[in-house]
Design a protein around this ligand. Sequence first.
Ligand code: OAD
Length: 244
Amino acid sequence: MGDMTARRNEIRNIVILTGAGVSAESGIDTFRDGGGLWEQHRVEDVATPEAFVRDPELVLRFYDMRREAIQTKQPNAAHDALARLDREWDAKTGGELLIVTQNVDDLHERAGAQRVLHMHGEHLNAWCTACDIRSRWTGTLIDRPGCPQCGEKALRPDVVWFGEMPYRMDEIFAALRNADLFVSIGTSGAVYPAAGFVQNANDLGARTLELNLERSQGSHWFDETRLGPAGTIVPQWVDEMLEG
Ligand code: OAD
């Protein structure tokens, strides 16, 4: 029985951070495995405001392809298990739960999770830089469609690029302050501020658990690390949390 299991009865409020590793078994490429190249471009080269100014066609085409691709993918056992935890945790413990995801796919939601916060935005949203309204968007942006709200041809992917501020940081820190347990799943710990949440959680008194295929860059910050594919180790952990 793991340390985390032994302490389960002390845990009420949980913050879960997810990254690309959670969606890997659904067939969505991670960023830093396998070179992370797309048509010879580093992800960073198509994921900055500067890249969008320099070569908007390239950036829009890149995101159009990824937006199209995610719509052909399905949630995997890790998404399903987290959705089950989201559904059952409240009733079981009266505790709060928040899934903070760096992923811009919608697989947590399609698995049925309700309390999901997309700190890096969402592929299936377009953001109008003229009127600042976000609209659900499943089609392409390369053809420069007008904004459904204001009509301006000023839509961009609603994805946080390098150098831009992640979304809803106040809500994330409020949840971390209340957390008894912080769990990081399928993220390399390479991109801040998300990579620093484990240290924030430690400072704020939460237990910390890492579930990942391999040790992340900040692995030593966690109280406990479990290694394996998310589709296997996340359902096991969720079963432990909900058992008894
Ligand atoms: P990365 O690609 O950096 O890391 C993916 C992590 O998932 C690695 O640690 C892998 O070992 C692990 N992994 C791979 N397959 C797995 C599996 N089947 N089960 C469990 N773990 C697995 O992706 P992120 O950490 O999510 O930002 O990247 C963070 C941010 O960098 C992204 O949100 C994106 C990117 O640039 C923006 O777009 C702003």
